[in-house]
Write a protein that binds this ligand. Structure first.
Ligand SMILES: CC(C)(COP(=O)(O)OP(=O)(O)OC[C@H]1O[C@@H](n2cnc3c(N)ncnc32)[C@H](O)[C@@H]1OP(=O)(O)O)[C@@H](O)C(=O)NCCC(=O)NCCS
Length: 221
């Protein structure tokens, strides 16, 4: 990666330049900033964003589509577009947009239940030209934080075995997450630490490892 996040900012602490303030900012804590490919900001998706999301998906390389959706999806079907725009199910959807308002990144957490646990399936994708500049990591961090705030206990990520970049990002963030090989992909399950839960039944070494993960994340924010 030869680009870095050049001072990502939060709208809460400073007033961004005027051109970064166009469009609805629905959450004060969502960041904006500048990377090698240009200025960006993160905002939540609105149902009206379907056309923008469609253009974004159609602009993705086949390889990027494959890593995110496990097949070529452009142009996206009506059902996929509804899912990506938040028109179906319980999803938290974040968009990274550039100066012109075009979508350059998309991340979603689809909430569900499994074995009495509140889970969230995470999927994210960054436009080819904007990859490798920290935006995917930023989206994953935001989706994770927001999931924890909603009471999600477990994150689930499906990643293709040859997606070394995504597997590396997950490995660095959740080194103790469980991995299960399915016919198509690797299913990664990561527990979130929640301050309101009783962790006394979790084996000490596992709890310690998760707390270290949690502290490392907090230190990197
Ligand atoms: C995977 C993806 C979301 C990551 O977003 P990104 O903005 O490109 O990634 P970032 O710049 O935030 O992070 C890149 C990290 O991967 C590492 N990396 C970069 N290229 C890599 C490669 N070819 N192999 C392994 N690691 C790589 C970087 O060193 C960096 O490491 P760090 O976490 O220690 O800083 C993005 O590349 C993408 O959209 N890929 C296609 C779709 C996809 O794979 N989605 C995930 C399925 S859920």
């Amino acid at each position: 990666m030869d680009g870095t996040l050049a001072g990502p900012q939060t709208a809460a602490g400073a007033t961004p330049p005027h051109h970064l303030m166009q469009g609805p900012l629905t959450c004060d804590r969502l960041p904006w900033g500048s990377v090698r490919s240009g200025r960006y900001r993160v905002r939540t998706a609105e149902p009206d964003d379907a056309a923008l999301i469609r253009d974004f998906v159609c602009g993705l390389s086949v390889r990027t589509q494959y890593f995110r959706f496990f097949t070529a999806v452009a142009p996206p079907s009506g059902g996929l577009l509804r899912a990506l725009s938040g028109g179906s199910g319980r999803s938290d959807i974040l968009l990274v947009i550039d100066d012109s308002g075009a979508v350059v990144g998309h991340g979603m957490a689809a909430d569900g239940e499994s074995c009495d646990l509140h889970t969230a399936d995470i999927g994210l994708v960054i436009a080819d030209r904007w990859q490798g500049q920290g935006l995917g990591t930023t989206l994953l961090r935001l989706l994770t934080e927001r999931a924890a705030e909603r009471g999600v206990e477990t994150l689930v990520l499906e990643v293709l075995p040859d997606n070394r970049k995504m597997l590396g990002i997950i490995e660095r963030r959740w080194p103790h997450a469980s991995r299960k090989r399915t016919p198509d992909a690797i299913t990664i399950t990561a527990e979130l630490i929640r301050p309101d839960l009783d962790y006394s039944s979790i084996p000490g070494p596992l709890l310690a490892a998760q707390l270290i993960d949690c502290a490392a994340r907090a230190a990197s924010y």
